[in-house]
Every structure is written in C-alpha cells, then in structure tokens.
Design a protein around this ligand. Structure first.
Ligand SMILES: [Zn+2]
Length: 278
C-alpha cells in the first residue's frame, strides 16, 4: 500500500492511497464517519434560563457544539466500570453561568462553558448558544460523554470524509486538429482542466486533483479523449472541525479496523466449533 499526503492543515487532509481494494477504501471511510468515539454534551441540567429559547432548544444547541477529544483517559460509558452511570473515567462536566449586568443584550458563546478537564473544551470559542437580555441570567450544568456517530451525529469525528477514483485522461493531441473543437473542449470542462497553449490542447499537470470524472471532454471530443480511472488508487478527502487531530484519527481508524477483523475471525471459529458439535 502506498500513501502520499497531498494537503494537510488544521481543517483538511487530502491523501492518495494506492494498491488497496475498493472494499478496503470504503471500510476506512465508514469507520472514520461512524465509529471513532468523540466527546459531545449528552446531559444538560438547566438551573436558570432567562433567554427566549426553550430549554430543549438550548440543550440541543449545546449537544451540537464540537468538543476537543482526548481518547487516552476516558472510556465509552458502556465499557466503563461504573456501568454507564457516569464517573470521572467516562464523563466530563461543563458549566456555564452568565449574568448580563450590561445595558444591552448579551450573546452567550461556547467559550463561556467551563470544563473540569482543560483537554475537553469546545473547539471554537465563538459558537453562539443563546442571547440574554439585560439583567438576565443563565445557569447551566452539562455532562459530556464519549459516543459514536452511528448512534448520534453529534459524535462525529469529522465534518466530511469521502474518496474519489483516481482519474486518468488519455488523448493524442494530433487527433484533435480543429481549433474550434479544442476551444470547445477546454471551455466545456467545468473544472478547467485543459489549456490552449500556442494553439495546442494541453492537460494541466495536477488535473487529477480537481477532475470530477464528468466526462464532458469525452463527449465533446467524440471519444478522442478517453476518461478512465486507475484501479486500486483513490484520493481521500477528510475535513474536520478540530475534534481530533488527524494523526490520532487515522491511528484509531486502523485500530478499529483490526479489532473488527479479529472479532470476525473469532466469530468464524465459533461457528466452526458449533458445526462440529451438530
Ligand atoms: Zn464511568
């Protein structure tokens, strides 16, 4: 398996992965989207709410705030010794107490939440939760737990994760003689992959990064241009809101993948034992 990182910053990771099957690529995508445990607020106790929003809406807005996640010191509630009732090993408490003593309405932001663990805090401080009028107050107590996105979308480790087939565009410039045809091909490509240089039709060097395999060039050239894909090669795009660093995300993905394979083998062995008995 070959892996080449094309772009990496705080929000985005793009890499090309080679020599893997489509099933494997899809398994990686599905684990990233649904199986990585991350923190989110799951229980809210509203002691005072002077805002115009109903308590339920406030609770929902709190639940959707992405929280930075540390996987080292915490258990999923179902795997915790406390049996999921809530203890320091599976729960983080966040409180929010704001008293508007100014003369105008005040917006309460995610940055106003105080966590009992400095590692489990909102990824951004300026996510608005609600607005309170002057001389109004809000007192909220929240409990965040680890969860999986397959149970609720608020536990999403990534904002988006998808892959594209690696595109291959083949053509012989000599076959396309007509100037108008060349112009048409370059104009009809929605992502402008073609350039006309000295009346020659040229493909941009990094065309594979943006090609969406729409085949507009193939249709507009009567098949003189061929658009195909490279077998076993995919371009992966992952976007995050900062819940987990990419290194940890990828490591956890493969850990879970291996666990699933081991579980599958164990189950198969069980079946084999059973078939011997009966
Ligand atoms: Zn616990």
């Amino acid at each position: 398996m070959n892996l080449e990182v094309i772009e990496k910053n705080q929000q985005k990771l793009i890499f090309v992965i080679e020599d893997i099957s489509i099933e494997m690529a899809n398994a990686i995508r599905r684990i990233i989207l649904t199986e990585i445990p991350v923190f989110a607020i799951d229980e809210v106790i509203i002691l005072k709410n002077d805002s115009p929003l109903y308590d339920e809406i406030v609770a929902h807005r709190l639940g959707m705030i992405p929280l930075k996640t540390s996987l080292e010191n915490y258990n999923l509630p179902r795997d915790c010794d406390c049996g999921g009732f809530g203890c320091p090993l599976c729960q983080v408490s966040l409180t929010c107490e704001v008293n508007n003593d100014t003369n105008k309405p005040l917006v309460v932001y995610s940055g106003d939440l105080n966590s009992n663990d400095p590692n489990i805090v909102p990824t951004h401080d300026k996510i608005p939760i609600l607005k309170i009028d002057k001389d109004s107050k809000i007192i909220i107590e929240c409990y965040a737990i680890l969860g999986l996105a397959k149970d609720h979308v608020k536990f999403s480790a990534v904002s988006n994760c998808f892959y594209r087939y690696y595109p291959v565009i083949i053509f012989n410039e000599d076959d396309i003689k007509d100037k108008e045809e060349k112009e048409l091909i370059s104009k009809m490509c929605p992502v402008n992959l073609f350039e006309l240089v000295n009346n020659k039709l040229e493909l941009k060097e990094d065309y594979w990064k943006t090609c969406t395999l729409c085949k507009a060039c193939e249709q507009n050239s009567d098949g003189k241009i061929k658009v195909t894909t490279q077998k076993g090669k995919y371009i992966f795009f992952i976007e995050t809101d900062g819940v987990l660093p990419f290194e940890l995300l990828i490591k956890k993905t493969f850990e879970l993948f291996n666990e699933k394979i081991d579980e599958f083998i164990t189950k198969l062995e069980e079946i084999e034992i059973l078939s011997k008995i009966y």
